[in-house]
Each structure stands twice: as C-alpha cells, then as structure tokens.
Design a protein around this ligand. Structure first.
Ligand SMILES: CSC[C@H]1O[C@@H](n2cnc3c(O)ncnc32)[C@H](O)[C@@H]1O
Ligand SMILES: [Zn+2]
Length: 440
C-alpha cells in the first residue's frame, strides 16, 4: 500500500462542492488529505504519484444488490417475466452450478466491476465462501450474504451455511469483507423461517439482505397467503428491527414508504433489472422525498445484463424523471449520492466509505474526462451521470491499493477468467468457443 499522491484532478467528494485542480493524499488504507493543491503537509513524501490532470476523482461506486456469479447466466434467459424466468430457466440451471463455477463466475463479475468503477458490492448467492475467496484475492470490498430459501427441507442446512459464512469471513481481507444473512424473499421463505433467520442475524450482530415487493404478483400472492404485503410482513416479523437491505421495493403504498424511512431500511433500487423483467418502476422520487435511503444496484447479469453502475446511475435518473413527468427529480448530484454514500449506508459502511473525506478508507476511482463525450465540463457531476460510460474509468483504488491503473487491472488475469467461464457457462448446455486471442 504505502503513500499515494493524486495530483491536479477534479474532485467530486460527494460530501461537498466539486474541487478543481485538487489533490488527494492516501496513507496506507485511508485518505490522508482531500482538497485544493497546497494542503498536503510539508514533508509528506509519496511512494507513488499519479498525474491526474485528465481525471475526475470520485468515491468508488457501490453496487447495492447483485448476484455476482450470475455472469455465468448472462444472455441465458431473456425477455421473460420474473416468475417464469426464475422457475423455468434460472433455478434449474443454478441447481447444477458447483462451487468452482461460482468462484469463476464471481471472478468475471469482479473484473467487470473493477473496469466500470465499482469498488464495493452487496452480493446474495450460493457457495458464498467461494465468492469471499474471489473478493479477497481481487481486492474489492463486499457485503456477502448466503442466499437462503426456506421452502423444502434444506432451509435449516442453508441457514447453518449462512451462519458459517458470517463466522468465517466477516472482517476478512483486512476488513474488506462484511456479511449479512440473505433470506431470498417472502415468497421463498415462510414466516417462521424469516423469524428464525432474523433471530439468528440478531444473535450474530449482522443485518439482512432480502428481495422485497419486486412484482405486483409477489405482493398479491404474499397478501393472499399470509394476509400482509411483503413489506408489512417483513415489518410484522421484526426484520426491520435489524439493519435491512431490501432489493427492489417496486410496489409500495405511501404507508410502506413511510415505514421504510422510519425503520431506516436501505433500499437497493435496480432500475434496469426491473425494466427488463417488466416488474415495474420503483417510486424512487417518493421514497427519497420521504427520507428513505435509496441506493442503486444492478441485480445479476442474467437480468440486467451487465454490472455497469455508471450506466445504472443514468437509467435511475432518467427513469425517475420519465415516470414522474418531472425533470427536476433525481438530479445528477442525487444520482451520484445514491450510487456512493447511500449505497455505503445501506451496507452499514457509511463511516468508512461513500465520500472522499480525510480519515475515510481510500476507495476511489478516476474517470478520464478527456474524451469527446465528456467535453466541455460545464457541470462535472452532470457529465458523470448523463454522459459517462463505465469504460471511461481509468483507475480504481480500494483500501489504498491500486486495483486498476490506466485501464489495466492489476489483481486479476482476464485470459484465465474468460477461459474458465467459457468452459463452465455452457456445461451440459451448449459448447462455447474461445477465440485464440482470449485464451489464457
Ligand atoms: C438464494 S440466492 C439468490 C437467488 O436470487 C435469484 N435472483 C436473481 N435475480 C432475482 C430477482 O430479480 N428477484 C428474485 N430473485 C432473483 C438468483 O437467481 C438466486 O437464485
Ligand atoms: Zn436480486
């Protein structure tokens, strides 16, 4: 790690106004100084100097809801509604995935995330020890939950696996890995099981990561079966007494929005997945107005179909305007806050990451602004949200370590990952052919 000095960049700290010709000093894993040139203490000597005159620095993006290893199922099942997509395509294929498949699918996801500026993500899937291993190796930060399905007779066994993940991996990778328990959804976890999971999480001192109110059908079915909507059921069972990260929250009443705000539930808004599965459009403007902590997630690459948080920010802002008929909702700064600080808060990490401030962990990205589609920079934040692309990210630093410099990922072998994924993704289905130039 050591000392890194980033010189002459435009800084978007999120916590305050944009700083032109700024300087960022990093000391091991933390930000030592963020501000105008001249503010670095005299005699402070860097081991690495990054000349960043062409760059915009901002906090690393936080993908608040994904299933990383679903990169293996990218373009495997498209143009279907959620229930059919899950029941007829995804779950039968997932049942055949082995631990090593998930490890390599996650590696591919991490490579995609690093290259598009995500430094932290919340993940819910199976074989999460393999995910944790991949995260520790790649250098990213992640909040990991074993996905728990309570129906069938293996709910107890799955919960035990989730508990082991917490005990064995919480704090791993110099604190970069944190954990939660991940009850999948009220339609796959009966109330007694949700209660048991919540009690277990309380005992472990961790939060919950759950899919909630994603489709109209879910709301109607859960209400018909249990007498409560998904949000009301989760509240009644005490889930919201714990830190809860709720993915989607598309179909909500005004009362439920107020409840999510009161209980400080972190909402992972996944606009592109919701659009593609035609699940609906989450009431983001209303949630923000009511004080709900709304973050942004991509969901998995099988429903998005990418993990590009720069694109997701843009979709989030545009969709909120389109659906309300009000162009003033979710302005650029708000979209950036959602993709950084709100994401950090939803994962319980707001004291450590989410803004560029001295004392916080050194998780940041540099975006190359010297490109035709980012000129002129009348408003840097607007350019980042409305004009930038994930591929504009040049440099990624997590916990004070450079993971990507000048577009080159330092901690991963892309050729090996592509070869492994091509071998595993089509197993038992179809054969993929790897071009010679992609072979490891
Ligand atoms: C139990 S591990 C996670 C589980 O969630 C599935 N999944 C992926 N995307 C969605 C979504 O949008 N709604 C509900 N469930 C989803 C994934 O395939 C895994 O089985
Ligand atoms: Zn999901």
């Amino acid at each position: 790690m050591g000392k890194i000095l980033i010189k002459d960049c435009t800084i978007v700290p999120i916590s305050g106004p944009v700083i032109e010709e700024g300087v960022i000093a990093i000391n091991d894993d933390r930000l030592h100084y963020v501000g105008p040139a001249g503010g670095v203490p005299a005699g402070w000597q860097a081991d690495t100097v990054i000349e960043a005159g062409d760059m915009v620095a901002l906090p690393g993006l936080v993908n608040s809801h994904t299933h990383a290893a679903m990169t293996l199922l990218r373009s495997f099942a498209d143009d279907l509604p959620l229930k059919q997509w899950l029941e007829e395509k995804i779950w039968p294929r997932e049942a055949k995935l082995e631990r090593e498949d998930i490890y390599w699918g996650t590696k591919l996801a991490l490579l995609e995330m690093i290259r598009s500026g995500t430094t932290t993500f919340a993940d819910m899937y199976f074989h999460m020890d393999a995910v944790a291993e991949a995260v520790v190796e790649a250098g990213l930060r992640a909040c990991l939950s074993q996905g728990l399905i309570g129906f069938q007779d293996r709910g107890g066994q799955r919960l035990a696996t989730g508990v082991s993940l917490v005990k064995e991996w919480h704090g791993a990778g110099d604190g970069r890995v944190t954990t939660m328990l991940g009850p999948h959804a009220p339609y796959t976890c009966p109330p007694e099981y949700l209660t048991k999971v919540a009690e277990t999480a309380a005992g472990l001192g961790v939060g919950l990561h759950i899919h909630l109110a994603e489709t109209k059908e879910e709301v109607e079915n859960v209400r018909a079966q249990y007498g409560y909507t998904p949000v009301a059921l989760a509240a009644k069972l005490g889930l919201f007494e714990l830190p809860t990260l709720a993915a989607h929250c598309v179909h909500l009443t005004t009362e439920e929005i107020a409840l999510l705000a009161e209980k400080k539930v972190g909402v992972a808004h996944c606009p592109e997945s919701n659009l593609k599965l035609a699940s609906g459009v989450a009431p983001v403007a209303a949630m923000l107005a009511a004080g709900v902590n709304v973050a942004i997630g991509t969901d998995g690459a099988a429903s998005n179909n990418n993990l590009d948080m720069v694109a997701e920010m843009r979709t989030c802002a545009l969709l909120a305007k389109g659906i309300t008929g009000d162009p003033t909702v979710v302005p650029a700064h708000q979209a950036l806050v959602m993709a950084t600080l709100n994401g950090a808060r939803a994962l319980g990490l707001e004291k450590e990451i989410g803004t560029l401030e001295a004392g916080k962990k050194a998780d940041l990205i540099l975006v190359n602004k010297h490109q035709p589609h980012l000129m002129p920079p009348h408003d840097v934040e607007a350019n980042l949200v409305y004009a930038a692309r994930g591929s504009d990210v040049d440099t990624v630093i997590v916990n004070g370590k450079i993971l990507m410099a000048a577009g080159e990922v330092k901690t991963m072998d892309a050729g090996e990952i592509y070869a492994q994924v091509m071998k595993r993704a089509g197993r038992g289905q179809k054969k993929f052919h790897l071009l010679p130039r992609l072979r490891g």
